[in-house]
Design a protein around this ligand. Sequence first.
Ligand SMILES: [Zn+2]
Length: 257
Amino acid sequence: MIVSLELKRLTQLIFPPRCIFCGELLGYDHKTDISVCGSCMGKIGFYREAEMLPYAQYSMLNTDANTGENSGTAFAGCDRYICVCRYSGIIKASLIRYKFHGRAQYYRTYAALMQKKLVEFYSILSSTDMLVSVPLHQKRMKKRGYNQAYLISEQLSRLTGIPERSHIIKRETHSDNQSHISGNIRHRNIKGAFSVCSHDGVPGKRILLIDDIITTGSTINECAAVLKKAGASDVTGFALASGRRRYKTQLIKNTVD
Ligand SMILES: [Zn+2]
């Protein structure tokens, strides 16, 4: 432990951490895993209140404010959601670098920000049996070299001591990047995309399902539905960022027992 701490200090001395958003040097005495300068921290669109939306409320929010279109994710998925901040500004730009431009090292900062948020939800933190990340298809994984959600999940496991069990679920189908597709089609594309590899240890378990971003919720809900079918008793969707605009308008607080 002492050796690894010394090694960390030495590494920080040689390679002082930089803010993942603006590149500013943070100095070798930087103590946390959050590599964000004060100025950038102030620019992150953190959700100020505790957002936990039971599924029904989340589904209501799936209606697009402009078109009135509902993405139609009308099936049992996550029991609730926790997101740290809005998918906009410097967070959006950094997530694009993280996923598409090889900045895998950002996972440390993202996981640390998520852990900070999770502490606000002590009842979930203390009752979670396992962390599972939304899987990537092998093809995508090979191309990217890493699963961005898994890196975060693994680090969260180190920070919280909750076991990481992402190996229990895999992605069967390879779909193209869905970010430009509307909710209805996304939902259709994702149906049947996941399967549980081992039912061992899933029945009755409370799972924190990790992804980097929740947009329509179709992907994480399908993943949650598959885990529930395998016997999971409770699934909380947990992401760094949410693309939802109306998150704050329908807050349901402290609904977890
Ligand atoms: Zn900065």
